[in-house]
Design a protein around this ligand. Structure first.
Ligand code: SF4
Length: 443
């Protein structure tokens, strides 16, 4: 039996194909491969950098779907199905919109695939694939499943090992699909299994792709203690409230944490309240305290902002860039607030009749990456799109890159840190401009 695992790309640029130069390992597909019986032949096709050989025979095709890649994922599924190859779709987007996904596949997997994947393989082998499979949300890689990293070789992924310690988040930000999917629960993997996975591979730089690694501080404390003797460097995604815990910040630093993706979202308390961004709201100090703590612990922070909340104006967006430059973040992502399906934000905008692109921007042929998909309250959609683009352009100018770099507490702390700053800032700068205005799907 032969199974193809496919990671779709987002789409294409106006006049050329898009190759994602900042691509990272598709961890979940590696985990599925680790769960597949050894007598099954597995091939990984990464649509972000290689073409998919549709005519090459296969008995099953499994495609992981995110909202941004849904249009392309359905195109790929259509190609295989026309050739008579059964297709199963899974991933967060499928779990949030099962009816939509089911129209493009022979089978869909709703929920976490780990527990049910061996069943899918057994059914496909017997040619009786069911239309739907369900897996309850839970801890990653239960039972010590190891991803098949051998499948990642030769695909040009960044030299960072992706792993997962926890899933879910205890907060409930209104724009975030994570808390909808996991119901505000936080699932932990056994630390011994994480340690075993780190020791089983050669890379010493790890990205824990947790939704919020700081959701359970006691668990993060334990993980840090386990990481200290391993002498790795790591990054992850964490909510800002972790900066209130100075002891934990010290422990993160000692365990090799170089920084986290952190959702600052907005510098306006009114917008934070709109977004229900509760980890940022208590004792709001305009982030002075939080930024000082992060710098003190040497964190090279990737600050994420969402722009277009009902209290945001063109001036407040410009002020957000000033703030990020003053704070000397390693990188800042200026994302337009996106109405992800299934979120409270999506429901509110739908009720207020403010969704554009028929409420399905991820499938709409006219939608372009990084464009506003709803009617903002205090500017037009085009103004919001242009303001976000201007924010990215300014933050990523060479002058601003050099200004941000001059920080002895973070980027200049060591030669390795300085090197990593330039390597990734220049790479992500390039990707930001390449992706702007991109079409979804290739057709
Ligand atoms: S803190 Fe982050 S992961 Fe948690 S609900 Fe908010 S946006 Fe989502």
């Amino acid at each position: 039996m032969k199974v193809k695992l496919i990671k779709p790309t987002i789409g294409r640029q106006e006049h050329s194909l898009y190759v994602d130069e900042g691509r990272m390992e598709p961890l979940m597909l590696g985990v599925l491969a680790g769960l597949t019986p050894p007598d099954v032949e597995l091939v990984l096709h990464d649509d972000r950098m290689e073409s998919i050989p549709y005519d090459d025979p296969a008995d099953l095709v499994a495609i992981t779907v995110e909202t941004y890649t849904a249009r392309r994922a359905y195109e790929i599924a259509g190609q295989f199905r026309r050739r008579g190859v059964p297709v199963i779709l899974g991933g967060m987007h499928v779990s949030l919109l099962p009816e939509e996904a089911a129209a493009h596949a022979d089978s869909i997997f709703i929920g976490d695939a780990e527990a049910g994947w061996p069943r899918v393989i057994a059914d496909a082998r017997a040619a009786r694939l069911r239309p739907r499979y369900h897996g309850a949300p839970g801890a990653a890689q239960a039972g010590g499943v190891q991803p098949r990293r051998d499948l990642f070789k030769g695909k040009g992924y960044l030299p960072i090992a992706l792993m997962q310690f926890s899933r879910g988040c205890r907060f409930a930000c209104g724009f975030c699909a994570v808390s909808q999917y996991f119901g505000r629960k936080h699932y932990l993997r056994r630390i011994a299994e994480v340690v075993a996975e780190i020791e089983s591979q050669a890379r010493r730089f790890i990205f824990f792709v947790d939704d919020n690694i700081a959701s359970d501080r006691a668990a993060l404390r334990e993980l840090c203690h386990a990481l200290i003797p391993l002498r790795v460097h790591w990054i992850s995604q964490a909510s800002l409230d972790v900066t209130q815990d100075r002891e934990l910040m010290g422990l993160m630093e000692k365990s090799g944490c170089w920084g986290n993706v952190m959702g600052f979202e907005s510098i306006s308390p009114a917008s934070l309240r709109d977004a229900r961004k509760s980890p940022n709201i208590p004792d709001f100090s305009h982030y002075e305290r939080e930024v000082a703590v992060l710098r003190e612990h040497g964190m090279q922070t990737w600050a994420a902002f969402t722009l277009g909340h009902d209290h945001d104006t063109l001036d407040s967006i410009r002020a957000t860039v000033d703030f990020a430059l003053r704070s000397k973040f390693a990188f800042a992502a200026y994302n337009i607030l996106m109405p992800y399906p299934g979120t409270p934000l999506y429901r509110r905008l739908a009720e207020e009749n403010r969704l554009l692109y028929d409420g399905k921007w991820w499938l709409h042929p006219e939608y372009r990456f990084n464009h506003a998909a709803f009617l903002p309250a205090r500017m037009s959609p085009d103004e919001l799109t242009a303001a976000c683009h201007a924010a990215r352009t300014r933050y990523n100018s060479f002058g601003c890159l050099a200004r941000r770099f001059s920080d002895w507490k973070t980027h200049l702390r060591s030669a390795a840190r300085a090197l990593s700053y330039w390597r990734y800032s220049l790479l992500f700068r390039k990707e930001v401009f390449k992706k702007h205005g991109m079409r979804f799907g290739l057709r």
